[in-house]
Design a protein around this ligand. Structure first.
Ligand code: SF4
Length: 518
Protein backbone atom coordinates (compact mmCIF):
# COMPACT_ATOMS: atom_id res chain seq x y z
CA UNK A 1 0.00 0.00 0.00
CA UNK A 2 0.95 3.69 -0.20
CA UNK A 3 1.44 3.85 3.56
CA UNK A 4 3.96 1.02 3.55
CA UNK A 5 6.12 2.71 0.93
CA UNK A 6 6.44 5.91 2.99
CA UNK A 7 8.99 6.59 5.75
CA UNK A 8 7.42 5.90 9.08
CA UNK A 9 8.59 8.51 11.57
CA UNK A 10 8.60 8.66 15.30
CA UNK A 11 8.44 12.30 16.37
CA UNK A 12 9.83 12.88 19.83
CA UNK A 13 8.58 16.05 21.54
CA UNK A 14 10.07 17.31 24.81
CA UNK A 15 8.34 19.37 27.49
CA UNK A 16 9.84 22.63 26.22
CA UNK A 17 8.97 21.97 22.57
CA UNK A 18 5.21 22.31 22.60
CA UNK A 19 4.94 24.26 19.35
CA UNK A 20 2.06 22.79 17.30
CA UNK A 21 3.77 24.11 14.14
CA UNK A 22 7.30 22.94 14.92
CA UNK A 23 9.47 21.75 12.02
CA UNK A 24 9.23 18.22 13.46
CA UNK A 25 5.43 18.23 13.14
CA UNK A 26 5.03 20.35 10.03
CA UNK A 27 5.79 17.63 7.54
CA UNK A 28 4.27 14.83 9.61
CA UNK A 29 1.60 12.50 8.35
CA UNK A 30 -1.02 11.39 10.91
CA UNK A 31 -1.68 8.27 8.83
CA UNK A 32 1.72 6.76 9.51
CA UNK A 33 3.75 8.91 11.90
CA UNK A 34 3.64 8.63 15.68
CA UNK A 35 4.22 11.43 18.18
CA UNK A 36 5.87 10.56 21.52
CA UNK A 37 6.08 12.51 24.77
CA UNK A 38 7.02 11.41 28.25
CA UNK A 39 6.72 12.68 31.77
CA UNK A 40 9.79 11.11 33.35
CA UNK A 41 10.91 10.92 36.94
CA UNK A 42 14.53 11.87 36.17
CA UNK A 43 13.42 15.22 34.75
CA UNK A 44 10.84 15.98 37.43
CA UNK A 45 13.35 15.29 40.22
CA UNK A 46 16.50 16.49 38.47
CA UNK A 47 16.59 19.35 41.00
CA UNK A 48 14.42 19.90 44.07
CA UNK A 49 12.01 21.45 41.55
CA UNK A 50 9.32 23.99 42.39
CA UNK A 51 5.83 22.48 42.26
CA UNK A 52 4.54 25.17 39.93
CA UNK A 53 7.39 24.57 37.51
CA UNK A 54 6.66 20.87 37.28
CA UNK A 55 2.92 21.48 37.10
CA UNK A 56 3.10 24.03 34.30
CA UNK A 57 5.37 21.81 32.18
CA UNK A 58 3.25 18.68 32.66
CA UNK A 59 -0.04 20.48 32.18
CA UNK A 60 1.16 22.13 28.97
CA UNK A 61 2.39 18.73 27.75
CA UNK A 62 -0.98 17.11 28.43
CA UNK A 63 -2.77 19.92 26.60
CA UNK A 64 -0.38 19.45 23.70
CA UNK A 65 -1.20 15.76 23.64
CA UNK A 66 -4.94 16.53 23.35
CA UNK A 67 -4.36 18.95 20.47
CA UNK A 68 -2.13 16.59 18.54
CA UNK A 69 -4.55 13.71 19.06
CA UNK A 70 -7.35 15.95 17.83
CA UNK A 71 -5.29 16.54 14.69
CA UNK A 72 -5.45 12.81 14.08
CA UNK A 73 -2.07 11.62 15.33
CA UNK A 74 -1.38 8.55 17.38
CA UNK A 75 0.40 9.79 20.50
CA UNK A 76 2.59 7.64 22.73
CA UNK A 77 2.27 9.49 26.00
CA UNK A 78 3.83 8.40 29.28
CA UNK A 79 2.23 9.75 32.42
CA UNK A 80 4.33 10.37 35.50
CA UNK A 81 2.01 8.16 37.55
CA UNK A 82 2.63 5.16 35.28
CA UNK A 83 4.45 2.85 37.70
CA UNK A 84 6.05 0.90 34.84
CA UNK A 85 7.06 4.03 32.96
CA UNK A 86 10.61 4.70 31.77
CA UNK A 87 12.56 6.70 34.34
CA UNK A 88 14.63 8.73 31.86
CA UNK A 89 14.10 10.21 28.39
CA UNK A 90 16.66 7.89 26.70
CA UNK A 91 14.93 4.86 28.27
CA UNK A 92 11.57 6.11 27.07
CA UNK A 93 12.96 6.64 23.59
CA UNK A 94 14.37 3.12 23.55
CA UNK A 95 11.00 1.72 24.55
CA UNK A 96 8.96 3.56 21.92
CA UNK A 97 11.48 2.79 19.18
CA UNK A 98 11.23 -0.89 20.04
CA UNK A 99 7.46 -0.90 20.04
CA UNK A 100 6.92 1.21 16.90
CA UNK A 101 9.96 0.23 14.81
CA UNK A 102 10.05 3.56 12.92
CA UNK A 103 12.25 4.11 9.88
CA UNK A 104 13.38 7.39 11.29
CA UNK A 105 13.38 9.42 14.48
CA UNK A 106 12.67 13.14 14.22
CA UNK A 107 12.84 15.87 16.84
CA UNK A 108 13.72 19.53 17.31
CA UNK A 109 17.00 20.18 19.07
CA UNK A 110 16.54 19.90 22.84
CA UNK A 111 17.17 22.96 25.01
CA UNK A 112 19.91 21.08 26.87
CA UNK A 113 23.28 20.15 25.46
CA UNK A 114 23.70 16.84 27.33
CA UNK A 115 20.33 15.57 26.11
CA UNK A 116 21.35 15.91 22.47
CA UNK A 117 24.24 13.48 23.03
CA UNK A 118 22.20 11.09 25.18
CA UNK A 119 19.32 10.83 22.72
CA UNK A 120 21.63 10.46 19.72
CA UNK A 121 23.47 7.64 21.50
CA UNK A 122 20.17 5.88 22.25
CA UNK A 123 19.06 6.15 18.64
CA UNK A 124 22.38 4.69 17.54
CA UNK A 125 22.09 1.77 19.96
CA UNK A 126 18.59 1.12 18.65
CA UNK A 127 19.90 1.19 15.08
CA UNK A 128 17.52 3.92 13.93
CA UNK A 129 18.53 7.09 12.13
CA UNK A 130 17.80 10.35 13.92
CA UNK A 131 17.11 13.73 12.42
CA UNK A 132 17.53 16.68 14.79
CA UNK A 133 15.92 19.77 13.30
CA UNK A 134 16.58 23.37 14.14
CA UNK A 135 13.84 24.89 16.27
CA UNK A 136 12.03 27.60 14.31
CA UNK A 137 10.63 29.17 17.49
CA UNK A 138 13.62 31.51 17.66
CA UNK A 139 14.47 34.63 15.72
CA UNK A 140 18.18 33.89 15.41
CA UNK A 141 18.93 30.63 13.63
CA UNK A 142 22.27 28.97 14.33
CA UNK A 143 23.63 30.33 11.05
CA UNK A 144 22.39 33.84 11.72
CA UNK A 145 24.00 33.90 15.17
CA UNK A 146 27.24 32.50 13.75
CA UNK A 147 27.20 35.11 10.94
CA UNK A 148 27.09 37.79 13.58
CA UNK A 149 29.43 36.21 16.15
CA UNK A 150 32.20 34.67 14.05
CA UNK A 151 35.39 36.67 14.06
CA UNK A 152 34.32 39.04 16.85
CA UNK A 153 36.73 39.53 19.74
CA UNK A 154 33.90 39.72 22.24
CA UNK A 155 30.18 39.16 22.03
CA UNK A 156 28.37 42.30 23.12
CA UNK A 157 24.60 42.01 23.54
CA UNK A 158 23.92 45.57 22.44
CA UNK A 159 25.69 44.98 19.11
CA UNK A 160 23.79 41.73 18.55
CA UNK A 161 20.53 43.47 19.40
CA UNK A 162 21.08 46.19 16.80
CA UNK A 163 21.99 43.52 14.25
CA UNK A 164 18.71 41.72 15.05
CA UNK A 165 16.66 44.93 14.84
CA UNK A 166 18.08 45.61 11.38
CA UNK A 167 17.81 42.00 10.26
CA UNK A 168 14.13 41.71 11.21
CA UNK A 169 13.22 45.33 10.54
CA UNK A 170 11.68 45.73 14.00
CA UNK A 171 11.48 49.39 15.11
CA UNK A 172 13.68 50.40 12.22
CA UNK A 173 12.90 53.07 9.62
CA UNK A 174 15.18 53.65 6.61
CA UNK A 175 17.90 51.66 8.42
CA UNK A 176 17.65 54.06 11.39
CA UNK A 177 16.32 53.16 14.83
CA UNK A 178 12.82 54.37 15.61
CA UNK A 179 13.00 57.50 17.78
CA UNK A 180 16.64 58.16 16.84
CA UNK A 181 18.17 55.81 19.43
CA UNK A 182 18.60 52.06 19.64
CA UNK A 183 18.20 51.86 23.38
CA UNK A 184 16.04 53.80 25.83
CA UNK A 185 17.29 52.04 28.95
CA UNK A 186 18.14 55.31 30.72
CA UNK A 187 14.41 56.08 30.83
CA UNK A 188 13.66 52.64 32.27
CA UNK A 189 15.20 52.79 35.72
CA UNK A 190 12.67 54.75 37.71
CA UNK A 191 11.73 53.70 41.23
CA UNK A 192 8.28 54.15 42.77
CA UNK A 193 9.45 56.63 45.37
CA UNK A 194 7.79 56.78 48.77
CA UNK A 195 4.25 56.70 47.38
CA UNK A 196 4.65 53.26 45.90
CA UNK A 197 3.49 51.96 42.54
CA UNK A 198 0.56 53.45 40.64
CA UNK A 199 -2.44 51.07 40.42
CA UNK A 200 -1.22 47.81 38.88
CA UNK A 201 -3.71 45.98 36.64
CA UNK A 202 -3.51 42.31 37.63
CA UNK A 203 -2.26 40.03 34.90
CA UNK A 204 -4.83 37.82 33.21
CA UNK A 205 -5.22 34.66 35.24
CA UNK A 206 -5.67 31.15 33.85
CA UNK A 207 -6.92 29.07 36.78
CA UNK A 208 -6.28 25.32 36.72
CA UNK A 209 -8.63 23.40 34.43
CA UNK A 210 -9.32 19.67 34.69
CA UNK A 211 -6.02 18.73 33.06
CA UNK A 212 -3.97 20.95 35.37
CA UNK A 213 -5.92 19.66 38.39
CA UNK A 214 -4.97 16.14 37.33
CA UNK A 215 -1.30 17.11 37.22
CA UNK A 216 -1.45 18.79 40.62
CA UNK A 217 -3.00 15.64 42.03
CA UNK A 218 -0.26 13.50 40.47
CA UNK A 219 2.53 15.52 42.10
CA UNK A 220 0.79 16.20 45.42
CA UNK A 221 2.68 13.50 47.31
CA UNK A 222 6.10 14.18 45.78
CA UNK A 223 8.18 15.25 48.76
CA UNK A 224 11.18 16.06 46.56
CA UNK A 225 9.39 19.11 45.19
CA UNK A 226 9.65 22.52 46.85
CA UNK A 227 7.34 25.51 47.22
CA UNK A 228 3.85 25.66 48.60
CA UNK A 229 2.16 27.50 45.78
CA UNK A 230 -1.04 29.42 46.44
CA UNK A 231 -1.99 29.22 42.81
CA UNK A 232 -0.95 28.20 39.35
CA UNK A 233 -2.53 30.52 36.84
CA UNK A 234 -0.07 30.71 33.96
CA UNK A 235 -1.02 29.97 30.35
CA UNK A 236 -0.76 26.28 29.43
CA UNK A 237 -2.05 26.44 25.84
CA UNK A 238 -1.09 28.58 22.81
CA UNK A 239 -4.47 30.33 22.89
CA UNK A 240 -4.03 31.31 26.52
CA UNK A 241 -0.47 32.44 25.83
CA UNK A 242 -1.66 34.84 23.12
CA UNK A 243 -4.36 36.16 25.43
CA UNK A 244 -1.71 36.77 28.10
CA UNK A 245 0.32 38.81 25.59
CA UNK A 246 -2.73 40.81 24.48
CA UNK A 247 -3.60 41.54 28.10
CA UNK A 248 -0.04 42.65 28.87
CA UNK A 249 0.17 44.87 25.80
CA UNK A 250 -3.13 46.54 26.56
CA UNK A 251 -2.85 46.96 30.31
CA UNK A 252 0.74 46.94 31.51
CA UNK A 253 3.11 47.56 28.62
CA UNK A 254 2.61 51.36 28.64
CA UNK A 255 4.05 51.52 32.18
CA UNK A 256 6.38 48.52 31.91
CA UNK A 257 9.45 50.36 30.61
CA UNK A 258 9.61 53.17 33.13
CA UNK A 259 9.37 50.86 36.16
CA UNK A 260 10.94 47.68 34.84
CA UNK A 261 13.72 47.70 37.45
CA UNK A 262 11.55 48.70 40.43
CA UNK A 263 10.46 46.37 43.24
CA UNK A 264 7.76 46.62 45.88
CA UNK A 265 6.59 44.46 48.79
CA UNK A 266 3.67 42.15 47.96
CA UNK A 267 3.77 43.15 44.28
CA UNK A 268 5.32 40.20 42.48
CA UNK A 269 4.29 41.00 38.92
CA UNK A 270 4.01 44.80 38.81
CA UNK A 271 4.04 45.76 35.11
CA UNK A 272 5.93 42.71 33.85
CA UNK A 273 4.55 40.47 31.12
CA UNK A 274 4.76 37.02 32.78
CA UNK A 275 5.18 35.40 29.36
CA UNK A 276 8.64 33.83 29.75
CA UNK A 277 7.18 30.42 30.63
CA UNK A 278 4.92 30.36 27.56
CA UNK A 279 7.85 31.47 25.38
CA UNK A 280 10.24 28.88 26.78
CA UNK A 281 7.74 26.03 26.48
CA UNK A 282 7.08 27.18 22.86
CA UNK A 283 3.42 27.84 23.50
CA UNK A 284 4.07 31.32 22.20
CA UNK A 285 5.95 32.51 19.16
CA UNK A 286 8.19 35.44 20.16
CA UNK A 287 7.26 37.16 16.89
CA UNK A 288 3.67 37.43 18.11
CA UNK A 289 4.73 39.17 21.34
CA UNK A 290 7.13 41.54 19.58
CA UNK A 291 4.68 42.47 16.84
CA UNK A 292 1.76 43.12 19.23
CA UNK A 293 4.01 45.45 21.25
CA UNK A 294 5.18 47.32 18.13
CA UNK A 295 1.58 47.67 16.93
CA UNK A 296 0.72 49.27 20.27
CA UNK A 297 3.53 51.77 19.75
CA UNK A 298 2.42 52.52 16.21
CA UNK A 299 -1.16 53.03 17.37
CA UNK A 300 0.06 55.53 19.96
CA UNK A 301 -1.07 53.26 22.80
CA UNK A 302 2.36 52.61 24.31
CA UNK A 303 5.46 54.82 24.58
CA UNK A 304 8.67 53.92 22.80
CA UNK A 305 10.76 53.42 25.97
CA UNK A 306 8.38 50.63 27.04
CA UNK A 307 8.08 48.99 23.65
CA UNK A 308 11.79 49.18 22.87
CA UNK A 309 12.63 47.83 26.36
CA UNK A 310 10.30 44.88 25.83
CA UNK A 311 11.57 44.17 22.30
CA UNK A 312 15.16 44.30 23.60
CA UNK A 313 14.38 41.56 26.13
CA UNK A 314 12.71 39.23 23.63
CA UNK A 315 14.57 39.94 20.38
CA UNK A 316 17.92 40.90 21.90
CA UNK A 317 18.69 39.42 25.26
CA UNK A 318 16.78 36.13 24.99
CA UNK A 319 18.20 35.27 21.57
CA UNK A 320 21.67 36.44 22.57
CA UNK A 321 21.95 34.18 25.61
CA UNK A 322 20.74 31.24 23.56
CA UNK A 323 23.45 31.84 20.96
CA UNK A 324 26.07 32.08 23.71
CA UNK A 325 24.84 28.85 25.33
CA UNK A 326 25.26 26.76 22.19
CA UNK A 327 28.62 28.33 21.39
CA UNK A 328 30.03 27.76 24.85
CA UNK A 329 28.69 24.32 25.65
CA UNK A 330 29.91 21.88 26.83
CA UNK A 331 31.88 23.21 29.75
CA UNK A 332 29.95 26.43 30.33
CA UNK A 333 28.06 25.08 33.35
CA UNK A 334 31.30 24.47 35.21
CA UNK A 335 32.88 27.86 34.60
CA UNK A 336 34.02 29.48 37.82
CA UNK A 337 36.32 32.34 36.92
CA UNK A 338 36.12 33.97 40.36
CA UNK A 339 36.86 30.70 42.19
CA UNK A 340 33.66 30.92 44.25
CA UNK A 341 33.22 27.70 46.19
CA UNK A 342 30.88 28.23 49.08
CA UNK A 343 27.76 26.05 49.18
CA UNK A 344 24.58 28.01 48.52
CA UNK A 345 23.22 29.07 51.94
CA UNK A 346 20.06 27.38 53.24
CA UNK A 347 18.12 30.64 53.15
CA UNK A 348 17.72 30.14 49.39
CA UNK A 349 15.41 27.22 50.09
CA UNK A 350 13.68 28.52 53.20
CA UNK A 351 13.48 32.31 52.85
CA UNK A 352 14.15 32.52 56.57
CA UNK A 353 16.43 35.48 57.13
CA UNK A 354 16.40 38.86 58.80
CA UNK A 355 17.29 40.50 55.48
CA UNK A 356 13.92 41.91 54.42
CA UNK A 357 14.71 41.95 50.70
CA UNK A 358 15.89 38.33 50.54
CA UNK A 359 13.03 37.15 52.76
CA UNK A 360 10.48 38.92 50.55
CA UNK A 361 11.82 37.66 47.22
CA UNK A 362 12.38 34.07 48.34
CA UNK A 363 8.96 33.87 50.04
CA UNK A 364 7.41 35.16 46.82
CA UNK A 365 9.31 32.52 44.87
CA UNK A 366 8.20 29.73 47.19
CA UNK A 367 4.61 30.86 46.66
CA UNK A 368 4.69 31.35 42.90
CA UNK A 369 7.95 30.24 41.29
CA UNK A 370 8.20 33.75 39.87
CA UNK A 371 10.42 36.77 40.40
CA UNK A 372 11.12 39.53 37.91
CA UNK A 373 14.54 40.26 36.42
CA UNK A 374 15.79 42.74 39.02
CA UNK A 375 14.69 40.52 41.89
CA UNK A 376 16.68 37.77 40.16
CA UNK A 377 19.75 39.79 39.25
CA UNK A 378 20.03 42.39 41.99
CA UNK A 379 18.68 40.56 45.03
CA UNK A 380 19.07 36.76 44.92
CA UNK A 381 21.81 36.71 42.26
CA UNK A 382 23.74 39.63 43.71
CA UNK A 383 23.77 38.14 47.18
CA UNK A 384 25.10 34.78 45.91
CA UNK A 385 27.84 36.56 43.94
CA UNK A 386 28.96 38.74 46.87
CA UNK A 387 28.76 35.81 49.27
CA UNK A 388 30.97 33.68 47.01
CA UNK A 389 28.48 30.85 46.36
CA UNK A 390 29.52 28.21 43.89
CA UNK A 391 28.08 29.30 40.51
CA UNK A 392 26.90 25.83 39.53
CA UNK A 393 24.88 25.57 42.73
CA UNK A 394 23.43 29.02 42.02
CA UNK A 395 22.49 27.85 38.52
CA UNK A 396 20.85 24.70 39.87
CA UNK A 397 18.83 26.78 42.31
CA UNK A 398 17.55 29.04 39.53
CA UNK A 399 16.71 25.97 37.46
CA UNK A 400 14.74 24.51 40.35
CA UNK A 401 12.92 27.57 41.64
CA UNK A 402 11.71 29.44 38.58
CA UNK A 403 8.68 28.36 36.58
CA UNK A 404 10.26 29.54 33.33
CA UNK A 405 13.70 27.95 33.68
CA UNK A 406 15.24 25.98 30.81
CA UNK A 407 18.97 25.35 30.69
CA UNK A 408 19.83 27.32 27.55
CA UNK A 409 18.39 30.49 29.11
CA UNK A 410 19.19 29.90 32.78
CA UNK A 411 22.87 29.00 32.36
CA UNK A 412 24.03 32.20 30.60
CA UNK A 413 21.83 34.32 32.87
CA UNK A 414 23.22 32.82 36.09
CA UNK A 415 26.73 31.54 35.34
CA UNK A 416 27.37 34.51 33.06
CA UNK A 417 25.29 37.59 33.73
CA UNK A 418 24.60 37.13 37.41
CA UNK A 419 27.70 35.35 38.78
CA UNK A 420 30.29 36.57 36.24
CA UNK A 421 31.70 33.04 36.37
CA UNK A 422 32.31 32.97 32.60
CA UNK A 423 34.82 35.80 32.98
CA UNK A 424 32.77 38.28 30.99
CA UNK A 425 31.31 36.51 27.96
CA UNK A 426 27.73 37.50 28.76
CA UNK A 427 28.17 40.55 31.00
CA UNK A 428 30.90 43.08 30.37
CA UNK A 429 31.38 43.52 34.13
CA UNK A 430 30.15 41.91 37.35
CA UNK A 431 26.82 43.44 38.39
CA UNK A 432 27.68 44.40 41.95
CA UNK A 433 26.13 47.01 44.22
CA UNK A 434 25.61 47.82 47.89
CA UNK A 435 22.28 47.75 49.71
CA UNK A 436 21.84 51.36 48.54
CA UNK A 437 20.77 50.07 45.13
CA UNK A 438 18.01 47.95 46.70
CA UNK A 439 16.96 50.88 48.87
CA UNK A 440 16.69 53.12 45.82
CA UNK A 441 14.70 50.61 43.75
CA UNK A 442 12.30 49.23 46.40
CA UNK A 443 10.66 49.72 49.77
CA UNK A 444 12.29 46.61 51.23
CA UNK A 445 14.81 48.46 53.40
CA UNK A 446 12.13 50.40 55.28
CA UNK A 447 11.05 47.16 56.95
CA UNK A 448 14.53 45.82 57.60
CA UNK A 449 16.64 45.79 60.73
CA UNK A 450 19.78 46.55 58.70
CA UNK A 451 20.98 49.86 57.35
CA UNK A 452 21.98 49.83 53.68
CA UNK A 453 24.37 52.75 54.21
CA UNK A 454 26.46 50.91 56.81
CA UNK A 455 29.25 48.53 55.86
CA UNK A 456 30.46 47.58 59.33
CA UNK A 457 28.90 47.39 62.77
CA UNK A 458 25.81 45.72 64.17
CA UNK A 459 23.28 47.17 61.75
CA UNK A 460 25.47 46.94 58.67
CA UNK A 461 23.55 45.70 55.66
CA UNK A 462 25.02 42.35 54.55
CA UNK A 463 24.86 43.49 50.92
CA UNK A 464 26.94 46.55 51.73
CA UNK A 465 29.51 44.68 53.83
CA UNK A 466 29.89 41.93 51.26
CA UNK A 467 30.09 44.39 48.36
CA UNK A 468 33.20 46.10 49.71
CA UNK A 469 34.66 42.76 50.71
CA UNK A 470 34.01 41.45 47.17
CA UNK A 471 35.83 44.41 45.57
CA UNK A 472 38.70 43.97 48.01
CA UNK A 473 39.03 40.20 47.47
CA UNK A 474 38.88 40.46 43.69
CA UNK A 475 40.75 43.71 43.27
CA UNK A 476 43.42 42.29 40.94
CA UNK A 477 40.93 40.52 38.70
CA UNK A 478 38.61 43.54 38.55
CA UNK A 479 41.37 46.01 37.84
CA UNK A 480 41.62 44.53 34.32
CA UNK A 481 38.10 45.78 33.64
CA UNK A 482 37.86 49.44 32.68
CA UNK A 483 34.19 49.54 33.63
CA UNK A 484 35.06 48.76 37.26
CA UNK A 485 37.40 51.78 37.57
CA UNK A 486 35.08 54.05 39.53
CA UNK A 487 34.08 51.34 42.00
CA UNK A 488 37.72 50.41 42.62
CA UNK A 489 38.72 54.05 43.14
CA UNK A 490 36.01 54.28 45.79
CA UNK A 491 37.43 51.17 47.46
CA UNK A 492 40.88 52.71 47.48
CA UNK A 493 39.50 55.68 49.42
CA UNK A 494 38.76 53.43 52.40
CA UNK A 495 41.67 53.36 54.84
CA UNK A 496 43.51 50.14 55.69
CA UNK A 497 41.96 49.90 59.17
CA UNK A 498 38.41 50.01 57.90
CA UNK A 499 39.19 47.59 55.11
CA UNK A 500 40.40 45.13 57.70
CA UNK A 501 37.22 45.64 59.67
CA UNK A 502 35.14 45.07 56.50
CA UNK A 503 36.96 41.80 55.88
CA UNK A 504 36.28 40.69 59.46
CA UNK A 505 32.60 41.69 59.25
CA UNK A 506 32.24 39.88 55.93
CA UNK A 507 33.66 36.69 57.45
CA UNK A 508 31.18 36.96 60.32
CA UNK A 509 28.25 37.48 57.92
CA UNK A 510 29.30 34.47 55.83
CA UNK A 511 29.67 32.26 58.89
CA UNK A 512 26.20 33.25 60.08
CA UNK A 513 24.71 32.42 56.70
CA UNK A 514 26.51 29.11 56.65
CA UNK A 515 24.80 28.24 59.92
CA UNK A 516 21.49 29.66 58.79
CA UNK A 517 21.19 32.27 61.54
CA UNK A 518 21.03 35.61 59.77
FE1 SF4 B 1 18.17 44.18 52.00
FE2 SF4 B 1 20.12 45.53 53.22
FE3 SF4 B 1 17.87 46.76 52.52
FE4 SF4 B 1 17.87 45.01 54.51
S1 SF4 B 1 18.94 46.95 54.46
S2 SF4 B 1 16.37 45.16 52.87
S3 SF4 B 1 19.36 43.53 53.79
S4 SF4 B 1 19.35 45.86 51.16
Amino acid sequence: TVAESKTRRLILVLGDQLDRNSPALRGADPEIDVVALAEVRAEVNRFPNHRNRVAVFLSAMRHFRSDVEAAGFEVEYQLLRDANGASTLPKFLERVVKSHQPDELVMCRPGRHDLVGQLRATAKECGVSMKILEDSAFLASDDLFADWADGRKSLVMEHFYRFMRRHHGYLVRDSKPEGGQWNFDKENRKSFGKKGPPPVPSPMSFPPDEITMGVLEDIREDSNLVGSPDSLDLPVTPKQAQKAVDDFVENRLPTFGTYQDAMWTDEAYLFHSRIATALNLKLLDPRYAIERAIEAYEAGASPLNSVEGFVRQVLGWREFVRGVYWREMPGYLDRNELGANRPLPKVYWSGETEMACMAEVIAQLLRSGYAHHIQRLMVTGLFALLYGANPRSVHDWYMAMFVDSVEWVTAPNTIGMSQHADGGIVGTKPYVATGNYIQRMSNYCSGCRFNPKKRTGKNACPFTTLYWDFLDRHRDFLSNNRRMGLQLRNLDRIDAGERKEIRRSAERVKKKFEHGDL
